[in-house]
Design a protein around this ligand. Structure first.
Ligand code: TYD
Length: 132
């Protein structure tokens, strides 16, 4: 089973110029990107996520603020990440339950391998734990 991992994007530039980072298939994105979306203005007390995907793979970047992530496999293996640098991302394979907490200024950019499809979601934790 594939595991989530952190991606360190190259920072092209210098402190006195600013930086560019690049996400590119066949380089640091391990799938063909079909869709990009972003989330923002999430209040501190809100926990997002609480679902798993049957097939969707994602690379998630925190372009501003701080985002805390927890991933859990069906078998109970857990992975935690805190992203607070625009040069950092995470690869998220299908099949992981995720929970996310945001600083209010956080902006999450998600690059996704599939178009939006509610049928790809598992939103019930007990159903997820039985999923093969
Ligand atoms: P969801 O993927 O559950 O977001 P999060 O993991 O950040 O909590 O989506 C939240 C809501 O937005 C849900 O009702 C589905 C809807 N949605 C769309 O309509 N289109 C999309 O592309 C996405 C990602 C979500």
């Amino acid at each position: 089973m594939k595991k989530p991992y952190q991606i360190q994007f190259e920072q092209i530039g210098a402190p006195h110029l600013g930086y560019i980072s690049v996400a590119e298939i066949q380089d640091n994105i391990p799938f063909e990107i079909k869709r990009v979306y972003w989330t923002y203005f999430t209040p501190n007390h809100v926990e997002r996520g609480n679902h798993s995907h049957r097939a969707l793979e994602q690379v998630i970047i925190c372009v501003a603020g701080t985002i805390y992530f927890e991933f859990e496999s069906v078998g109970g293996e857990t992975f935690e990440f805190e992203l607070d640098e625009p040069s950092q991302g995470i690869y998220v394979p299908s099949g992981y339950w995720r929970r996310m907490k945001f600083s209010h200024n956080a902006v999450l950019v998600c690059m996704a391998s599939q178009l939006y499809d509610e049928a790809d979601y598992i939103r019930d934790y007990n159903e997820f734990k039985k999923y093969i």
